[in-house]
Design a protein around this ligand. Structure first.
Ligand SMILES: O=C(O)CCC(=O)C(=O)O
Ligand SMILES: [Fe+2]
Length: 506
C-alpha cells in the first residue's frame, strides 16, 4: 500500500462529482496495480538478470504494466539490436549502444521520459555518483542533456541593449522566496516577473499564486525584452521541432502540447557576484502544464548551470523521515547519478526541453564554491560588472489558467506536481493544496518552482515566517490529461462543444 495515497485526506471540491469519483477509483485501481509491481519486476529480472531495475521498470511503464508485453519488447530489442545476443549476455538490452558515454547521438537524442507513448532506449547515465561532468559544446549538450544551447544568440548590439535595459531594473528586484518544510526561505539571488501587458500583470497579481501567495511585483515586459521575445519564440520553436524529430518515433512526448510555443511570461533573475545562486529545483508546472519548454537567455557574467536527474527516493522504511539517517540517505540519493554542469556565457540561449522539468533538477551554483577547481570565482563582464542576468521566457498555457485549476477549498488554485521520486507512481501528476507544507514535500518528492526554489539548505537563508498557521488542507487528486496535456475534463468539454457545433452547423 502506498503511504502517499493512504495518508492523504481526500476532499471533493469540484462540482462534477462524477469526475471526482472517477479520480478516486483511478487511485484505487492504481493502488491495486502497485501491489504487484515488485513481483513484475522480479519476474523480468529473472529473465534479464543483468538489466537494471530502472530499465525493467521503464519497459513495464511503456507497456502499461504488462509483463508479457514488456518481456516481448525487451526480447525484441535484444534480438534486433546490434549484438543480437541473448538477454542474459547483453546487459544493456534496451538499445544502449556502446558509444563512449551515452545511448544517443546528437541527431538522435533519446528520450528517457516515462511519459512518451512509444518504447525507447534508456540512457546509461553519463555522469557518476558524486561527480560533475562539464559540457560546453552545443552538440554534446544536445546529445547528453534535456537541453539545447545556442551561443551568441542575439546580434551583439541587441544583447547589450537588453542588458542595458535590464541592469537598472535589477536594483528594484527582490529575493525570491520559497517554502522549505515549515519555513519560508529566501533564495540568494533576486528576481522579478514580467508579462505582456499591464492587464496581464493585474490578472497575475490577483489570481496567480506561487507557493501560496500572489506576487506583488509583476511588471509589463520592456521594449527590448519584447523584441527579443519574438526572436526567442522563433528559435525555441525551431529547437522543439528538431528535438521532436529525435524522440522515439519522431512523436512529441505524451502530454506535451502539440501547439507552437508562445512566450507570454518571463522571470528575470539577477545574480550579483560570485556568491549568488539558486538551489536545486524544478520549475512550477501549474501554469505551464506537463512537459513545458522554457527559453532561458543569459546575459553578463558567465555562470554555471547544473542539472541532475531526479532518481526515485531511497527506501526510508522504519526511519524518522526528518532524522539524520533519512536526510543522509536522501542527499546521497539525490546525487546518485552525478551532475552535469553547463557554463552559460553572455548571450547564450538555453532551451530546456519537454523532458527537463519532470525528469531533472537544475540550479545555478555559487561561483565562489562550485566552480571548476573549487574557487574559480567569476570574470567580470564589460557592461554587467559582477552581475549575471537571466531571462526565462515561459508559455503560460490557457488550459492552465487559474480558473481551470482545481480549488481545494482553501480558496486558492491547487499546485501541479509530477511524481518522479516514487517508483510506484512514477510519471503521474497530482494536483495538491498550494498552502500545504512538509507533508506533501515528503510525499510527492517533487516540489520546486520559480517561487519554490527548493535547493540545498545551506544555500538559502531562513526568513522570518513559520507556516504553522498555514499547513494546508491535505487535498490532492491525480491529474488526468489527454495526450496533448489538456486537463481531461476540459478536453472532454471541448470535444462535446465541438460536436454540438458540428451538429448545429449541418
Ligand atoms: O538563472 C538561471 O539560469 C536559472 C533560473 C531558473 O532556474 C528559474 O528562473 O527558474
Ligand atoms: Fe528554474
Amino acid at each position: 500500500m502506498d503511504a502517499f495515497v493512504s495518508r492523504k485526506r481526500r476532499k471533493i471540491s469540484t462540482s462534477d462529482e462524477h469526475e471526482v469519483n472517477a479520480t478516486i477509483s483511478a487511485q484505487n485501481n492504481h493502488e491495486a496495480e502497485e501491489q504487484s509491481t515488485d513481483e513484475k519486476l522480479a519476474l523480468l529480472s529473472s529473465v534479464f538478470e543483468n538489466t537494471s531495475q530502472e530499465m525493467l521498470l521503464e519497459a513495464l511503464l511503456t507497456n502499461d504494466g504488462s509483463v508479457e508485453r514488456a518481456l516481448d519488447a525487451l526480447l525484441t530489442r535484444t534480438s534486433t539490436g546490434p549484438s543480437a545476443s541473448p538477454p542474459r549476455k547483453t546487459p544493456n538490452v534496451l538499445g544502449i549502444q556502446s558509444s563512449l558515454n551515452f545511448s544517443r547521438s546528437p541527431s538522435k537524442p533519446d528520450s528517457d521520459d516515462p511519459f512518451t507513448s512509444t518504447p525507447k532506449s534508456v540512457p546509461r547515465p553519463l555522469t557518476k555518483k558524486g561527480k560533475t561532468l562539464y559540457l560546453y559544446n552545443p552538440a554534446d549538450i544536445a546529445a547528453h542533456t534535456p537541453c539545447t544551447i545556442l551561443h551568441n544568440f542575439l546580434p551583439s548590439h541587441l544583447a547589450n541593449d537588453l542588458l542595458n535595459e535590464l541592469l537598472p531594473e535589477t536594483s528594484t528586484f527582490t529575493s525570491a522566496t520559497f517554502r522549505l518544510f515549515d519555513n519560508i526561505v529566501k533564495s540568494p539571488h533576486t528576481a522579478s516577473f514580467y508579462v505582456n501587458s499591464l492587464a496581464d500583470a493585474q490578472t497575475q497579481k490577483s489570481s496567480y499564486l506561487y507557493n501560496g501567495s500572489t506576487l506583488s511585483d509583476v511588471r509589463e515586459i520592456l521594449p527590448v525584452m519584447r523584441r527579443v521575445s519574438t526572436l526567442v519564440e522563433s528559435a525555441v520553436n525551431t529547437e522543439i521541432t528538431k528535438r521532436r524529430a529525435s524522440y522515439p518515433g519522431g512523436v512529441k512526448l505524451r502530454y506535451q502540447s502539440p501547439n507552437p510555443w508562445i512566450p507570454n511570461a518571463a522571470f528575470v533573475n539577477c545574480y550579483d557576484g560570485a556568491a549568488q545562486s539558486v538551489g536545486w529545483h524544478t520549475d512550477q508546472l501549474s501554469y505551464l502544464g506537463p512537459h513545458p519548454t522554457i527559453g532561458s537567455l543569459s546575459l553578463g557574467v558567465q555562470r554555471e548551470f547544473r542539472i541532475r536527474r531526479i532518481v526515485p527516493s531511497p527506501d526510508l522504511d522504519g526511519l524518522d523521515p526528518d532524522g539524520a539517517e533519512a536526510r543522509r540517505l536522501k542527499s546521497e540519493n539525490a546525487d546518485a547519478q552525478g551532475q552535469i554542469s553547463l557554463p552559460l556565457p553572455h548571450n547564450s540561449l538555453l532551451v530546456m526541453h519537454g523532458e527537463m522539468q519532470e525528469g531533472w533538477k537544475h540550479c545555478v551554483v555559487p561561483a565562489s564554491t562550485g566552480g571548476k577547481g573549487g574557487g574559480a570565482g567569476i570574470t567580470p563582464h564589460s557592461i554587467a560588472g559582477n552581475k549575471r542576468i537571466n531571462i526565462t521566457y515561459r508559455w503560460y498555457r490557457e488550459e492552465f489558467a487559474p480558473k481551470y485549476i482545481p480549488d481545494c477549498g482553501c480558496g486558492v488554485p491547487c499546485v501541479l506536481k509530477s511524481v518522479m521520486r516514487r517508483r510506484e507512481t512514477l510519471g503521474r501528476y497530482v494536483w495538491m493544496c498550494q498552502t500545504q507544507g512538509r507533508v506533501n514535500e515528503e510525499s510527492s518528492g517533487e516540489a520546486g518552482s520559480d517561487g519554490v526554489r527548493k535547493g540545498d539548505k545551506a544555500e538559502e537563508q531562513k526568513v522570518e515566517t513559520k507556516l504553522d498557521d498555514k499547513k494546508g488542507c491535505g487535498y490532492f487528486e491525480w491529474a488526468e490529461f489527454d495526450d496533448d496535456g489538456v486537463p481531461m475534463w476540459l478536453s472532454k468539454a471541448r470535444k462535446k462543444e465541438e460536436a454540438a457545433n458540428g451538429t448545429s452547423g449541418k
